[in-house]
Design a protein around this ligand. Structure first.
Ligand code: AQP
Length: 355
């Protein structure tokens, strides 16, 4: 039996304020990966409902993420770009996974704890089940690799737990129907229907931090716009935000060890390294001993060079929403064909009548 075909899947929620963290942690990697792998890039609009149910501009924000993918250089002809709610298999498979996963697994997720806050009883069931839908997003295509930021590591582990439990619970039926592929589990090779998708969390900017507080992740929902660089910011705004970014009074160290205990300095050096495609050590070899008053303008120039063309292209793409919708529809048709086959197999494995 052949192994799983390598396939990359990832997604971004259309929850507004697409920022530098989303770009360096996710989109920039998508663009690189499309050269060597088959890829599916999704705008995960169903996930956005967990943040806020009634939203006036969900459709506009969905187009904005799609425009960011295209503006950054993702090719929707060679790869699949679509929005999640257009393929019903995501919700169907998530339901099956809700019955595979255990409540305790979901309650342990740090993102759930952070977002639900103190009054967990009042959090939506959707927020609790978010990782189950994420597992469905990935496994509906039996994707093997998932490029994400560091904040998604725990959800990826849960995706592997769900795949493992499904493969284990239904192992006899998977084998009987000849639907298994070999999976390496420690020393052993077992037959499974779903791959154990591998997170791809590498490079100097897997967790870009707030420009105002080096202990907080740069985030779409931070009330302070100065905490993040938005992909739509113009050159002056980018330069201003970097100028105002929190730092300490010392000069940059010459080696990475000198960044320990200096979260803001570490963050800015990491951003520079990721934008220029080099390591923190390389950046410090150039800037070690120099004050932030010299480093910040260099970082601002670099960020503007990288991001301004993307912002300009995004604006151009967003001028023609009908064309974005057409691209997403085409992508959804291609994604839907794969999803249909998976759901047929899954229904057959779990014993539903229409499998
Ligand atoms: N600060 C970050 N550094 C590196 N990667 C990041 N990602 C998000 N923030 C950072 C990565 O971007 C991808 C898409 O994220 P998402 O929109 O699906 O959800 P999120 O992680 O919830 O994004 P935010 O900005 O943090 O939103 P809020 O404020 O709503 O919580 C993912 O690969 C993510 O890892």
């Amino acid at each position: 039996m052949a192994a799983f075909q390598p396939l990359v899947f990832s997604g971004i929620q259309p929850t507004g304020n697409l920022h530098l963290g989303n770009y360096l942690g996710a989109i920039q990697k998508f663009v690189a990966l499309q050269e060597t792998r088959d890829c599916i890039f999704c705008v995960v609009d169903l996930h956005a409902l967990t943040a806020q149910l009634v939203q006036d501009d969900l459709a506009r924000q969905t187009r904005e993420i799609a425009a960011a993918y295209l503006a950054a250089g993702i090719d929707p002809k060679r790869h699949i770009v679509f929005n999640q709610s257009a393929v019903s298999g995501h919700a169907e498979l998530a339901w099956v996974f809700n019955c595979v996963a255990r409540i305790g697994w979901m309650e342990r997720m740090t993102q759930f704890k952070d977002k639900a806050g103190k009054d967990r009883e009042r959090a939506s069931l959707g927020l609790l089940a978010y990782p189950s839908l994420m597992a469905a997003d990935i496994l509906l295509y039996r994707a093997t690799h998932v490029p994400v930021g560091d904040d998604q590591k725990q959800h990826l582990e849960l995706t592997r737990d769900i795949a493992t439990k499904f493969n284990h619970d239904f192992s006899a039926r998977i084998a009987e129907k000849g639907l298994g592929h070999p999976i390496q589990m420690g020393e052993e090779t077992v037959q499974g229907y779903f791959p154990l998708a591998e997170p791809m969390i590498e490079g100097p900017a897997t967790r870009v931090m707030s420009l105002k507080d080096g202990s907080k992740k740069m985030s779409k929902s931070d009330p302070s716009d100065l905490s993040r660089i938005n992909l739509t910011d113009d050159a002056d705004t980018i330069a201003k935000k970097i100028r105002k970014a929190k730092t300490d009074p010392d000069a940059l160290p010459s080696e990475t060890a000198g960044l320990a205990g200096r979260p803001e300095a570490d963050n800015l050096v990491g951003i520079y390294a990721a934008l220029v495609g080099r390591s923190r050590a390389d950046v410090l070899a150039d800037f070690g001993g120099r004050p932030f008053s010299e480093f910040k303008p260099a970082l601002a120039d670099l960020a503007v060079d990288k991001l301004a063309p993307i912002a300009t292209e995004m604006r151009r793409i967003l001028d023609d929403p009908a064309e974005i919708d057409r691209t997403l529809r085409e992508g959804a048709e291609r994604a839907g064909a794969i999803a249909h086959r998976t759901m047929h197999d899954v229904k057959s494995i779990v014993g539903l009548l229409n499998g």
